[in-house]
Ligand binder design. Structure first.
Ligand SMILES: [Cu+2]
Length: 329
């Protein structure tokens, strides 16, 4: 495992070349108009609305699937993710470039990631890196727009993000014990965001968490018992060794939890990472997937007395200031 990471670090120069292909969301932090999120009752009644105005967008996983609306309104949307399955899952929301749909993702992206991962699993690092070179050019235009963080079996999590009209794919890429991504087994779906606006106001927060490439996590308010509304500000964004940007997940830790093991697990390119069963003693309570610099994401959770941590889904998060352990008395 350590050898693997070392090996991957040695290949950084080559990966650097790949980064040019992987100009992820960080380069696409176009400023968005967030001035008006309200819609008159008359406008609302005229529109065909598939997700209910002012209601949460509920997405449920029963086994290896997503069940949710295919049409949403634009503006602030609160997702409630119900994980009724026996595995840990999440979903990342991906704004697709013009004329690209879930069919393009299924045919041109998911198999490439799986092929690359299969090589990594076999210890063929260079072949794996080469495989990612087969990603279509349009993939660099996909913008990652948040979504609920890792959510343990039987748990629900929330995530509120501002969505512009467009076509979005969402997926889970936790791996099954055989190393196959959940996205290859049905955990990829889509919704279209229409120009009609939701009535949801930007949420109010009790805790502010800033994520910066340079300083890691900065928590501006004291963490205390009870229901807390977190505001997560993406000050900067960048692409890490696992081809992803930073995000943040809230985990509850019991006595058997091992933070080092958790840190290693939070790297999907690691054959032993992002694979079920998830690390012992860790309950994932959601939070937010990555977003471009300048974006904000909200989530709520009830903090009960006990041990917790915030952690990003990147390699060596503690070195980057993106593993923060805390206790609620
Ligand atoms: Cu999953």
């Amino acid at each position: 495992m350590k050898n693997y990471l070392f090996c991957l670090k040695c290949s950084k120069a080559k990966i650097g070349l790949l980064f040019i292909l992987f100009i992820f969301s960080s380069c696409l932090s176009d400023k968005k108009d967030k001035t008006s999120t309200t819609t008159s009752a008359e406008e609302v009644s005229k529109t065909e609305i598939k997700s209910e105005i002012n209601q949460k967008v509920t997405i449920t996983t029963n086994t290896m699937d997503f069940n949710g609306p295919r049409e949403l309104n634009s503006g602030w949307n609160t997702f409630e993710y119900k994980n009724k399955s026996s595995d840990v899952h999440f979903f990342v929301i991906e704004k697709m470039p013009d004329n690209k749909t879930i069919e393009n993702s299924k045919k041109e992206v998911v198999p490439v990631f799986q092929q690359g991962m299969d090589f990594f699993n076999d210890g063929k690092i260079q072949k794996g890196i080469d495989a990612f070179g087969k990603l279509p050019e349009w993939y660099s235009e996909v913008v990652f727009m948040g979504g609920p963080g890792l959510t343990s079996p039987g748990k629900s999590s929330t995530n509120t993000v501002y969505l512009e009209p467009g076509y979005y794919v969402y997926e889970c890429y936790v791996k099954m014990p055989n190393g196959q991504f959940h996205s290859t087994a049905g955990m990829i779906d889509f919704f279209e965001v229409k120009s009609n606006k939701t009535n949801i106001e930007e949420p109010k927060n009790t805790i502010e968490l800033v994520i910066s490439s340079e300083n890691g996590f900065t928590i501006k308010d004291s963490l205390s018992k009870g229901i807390q509304n977190f505001k997560v500000i993406f000050r900067e964004q960048q692409t890490y060794e696992n081809f992803l940007g930073h995000d943040v997940h809230l985990v509850q830790l019991d006595e058997s939890a091992n933070l080092e093991k958790l840190e290693e697990w939070m790297n999907w390119t690691n054959p032993e990472g992002f694979i079920t069963p998830s690390p012992e003693g860790v309950t994932f309570l959601g939070e937010t997937q990555e977003m471009p610099a300048g974006e904000t994401s909200y989530f709520s959770a009830e903090l009960k007395p006990g041990d917790y941590a915030f952690i990003a889904e990147i390699p060596n998060s503690s070195e980057k200031g993106m593993l923060h352990q805390f206790r609620i008395e």
